[in-house]
Design a protein around this ligand. Structure first.
Ligand SMILES: Nc1ncnc2c1ncn2[C@@H]1O[C@H](COP(=O)(O)OP(=O)(O)OP(=O)(O)O)[C@@H](O)[C@H]1O
Ligand SMILES: [Mg+2]
Length: 419
């Protein structure tokens, strides 16, 4: 645990095609005269001289000799925040440390190096050797039990207790709020997502079925599979930011939609959450703007048609395996069943009528997705027909019980979509 005074760390990066990290620069977190948290980042000269050097973030931290400064997000640059733990990881770290909350840098430094993307953090000028040991699927039962104990707050309050020590096995640096861990299987790394005992339906099976349904609708989705351990279901989602080579894992850079939007998660900052803005910002960064804009449009339609109202900007990302950026495969697709049959809202604005998950509204901004109106209408109609025709059979074919499928019936193609 770092002391409050030492608010600086080195930022490491695994360069494209490599399996170990180099030092990209230094991040310093301090307070300005008004007592606001104030972040500074500077690339290391040696890194800038390296012909293989790539930007750690295409939005805020392009390759340059300048000192970057920010007071937004408590002094955290978006790409650094993306690489840090989110609600779930913070909870694991706090329980492990036996206190909360911790400083922003503590969270970064305490999260082990299975974080999304290509960045790492540490107090030494040079990065540590890459981690070689990963959880295996055989460990899933233990990991699931640990996650459940944390959710239920069933763990001792003593940081020295073995169970509390073991918590770090869950990994803390994948984002999100739901209980999860990272495991290795079949020469790949996977995000293992667990059910919670207070879920209204079997979430892992439903999310698995949604990833399938999305594929049937023509979306590009993360690869996934279901495992049952000790009678409990676990969803394994293959990590699209890691690839196994004979030397180890390569790492793709990754930044979230939140960073692309230069936005925050605080409720008062949500007026900046917008798909049309996201697509415009993304178009300026990615290698194939037309292709990715169309794919994002499909995702907006799909989210509206399955009432995925938890489609917040961290559930979208761009990745760079080599030097160029592209939209990541879709992940975290979850239906919901709001009471209203007339109006449901996505998490982001999606058209002239704000967040309204409605075909006309979504179509109103077709041009910003680089689509002709007729092309956009065809996408809406095709996905609507596919979801309407197959949601039930796809859920049942992928292990969702009849009872859960019925519970979720009102999520699909809700009447307000076509008003
Ligand atoms: N297949 C994947 N490959 C790489 N990174 C991933 C993958 N799936 C998810 N992630 C990263 O992990 C984070 C958490 O995953 P996910 O969104 O599935 O979890 P969650 O807990 O359900 O999230 P939420 O809090 O939105 O409900 C994502 O925001 C993304 O950064
Ligand atoms: Mg998520």
């Amino acid at each position: 645990m770092i002391s409050k005074a030492s608010a600086e760390c080195f930022v490491y990066i695994t360069l494209p095609g490599e399996t170990s990290a180099v030092t990209a620069g230094k991040f310093v977190l301090s307070q300005n005269a008004r007592n606001d948290a104030f972040g500074q980042f500077v690339y290391r000269g040696k890194y800038l001289d390296d012909p293989r050097a790539v930007e750690i973030d295409p939005v805020e931290l392009k390759l340059s000799k300048r000192t970057y400064e920010t007071v937004r997000l408590n002094g955290m640059f978006g790409a650094l925040r993306d690489a840090g733990p989110d609600y779930w990881g913070r909870r694991v770290i706090e329980k492990h440390a036996g206190k909360a909350p911790l400083g922003e840098l503590d969270y970064l430094l305490e999260s082990p190096d299975d974080r999304a993307g290509a960045l790492g953090f540490g107090l030494n000028t040079e990065p540590p050797a890459p981690k070689r040991k990963f959880n295996q699927t055989i460990d899933l039962e233990k990991l699931q039990a640990l996650a459940e104990a944390l959710v239920k707050d069933d763990l001792p309050n003593d940081p020295r207790a073995q169970q509390v020590q073991d918590l770090m096995l869950l990994g803390t640096s994948m984002g999100g709020a739901r209980p999860k861990a990272v495991v290795q299987a079949d020469g790949a790394l996977w995000v293992a997502k667990f059910n919670r005992s207070d879920d209204s339906w079997n979430n892992t099976r439903v999310e698995y079925a949604m990833l399938r349904l999305a594929r049937e609708c023509g979306l590009v989705t993360a690869e996934s599979r279901l495992e049952t351990v000790g009678g409990k279901d676990v969803l394994l989602v293959k990590r699209f930011d890691r690839e196994k080579t004979t030397k180890g894992y390569t790492r793709a850079r990754m930044v979230s939609g939140l960073t692309i939007l230069r936005a925050d998660e605080a409720p008062e900052a949500r007026q900046n959450w917008s798909y049309p803005v996201l697509v415009e910002e993304m178009r300026r960064i990615v290698e194939e703007p037309k292709k990715d804009a169309k794919e994002l449009f499909r995702r907006v339609c799909f989210n509206a048609l399955i009432s995925n109202t938890d489609d917040h900007p961290r559930n979208h990302a761009i990745i760079a395996k080599e030097t160029s950026w592209k939209l990541s495969p879709a992940y975290d697709l979850t239906p919901s069943t709001p009471i209203s049959l007339e109006r449901r809202d996505l998490a982001l604005d999606c058209g002239d009528q704000g967040r309204y998950a409605n075909a006309k509204n979504i179509l109103s901004q077709h041009a910003r997705f680089l689509l002709e109106l007729s092309e956009a209408e065809k996408i809406v109609n095709d996905i609507r027909a596919q979801v309407e025709g197959t949601w039930y059979d796809t859920m049942r074919a992928h292990g969702v019980s009849e009872q859960d499928a019925e519970r979720l019936r009102s999520a699909f193609v809700y009447p307000g979509f076509s008003l």
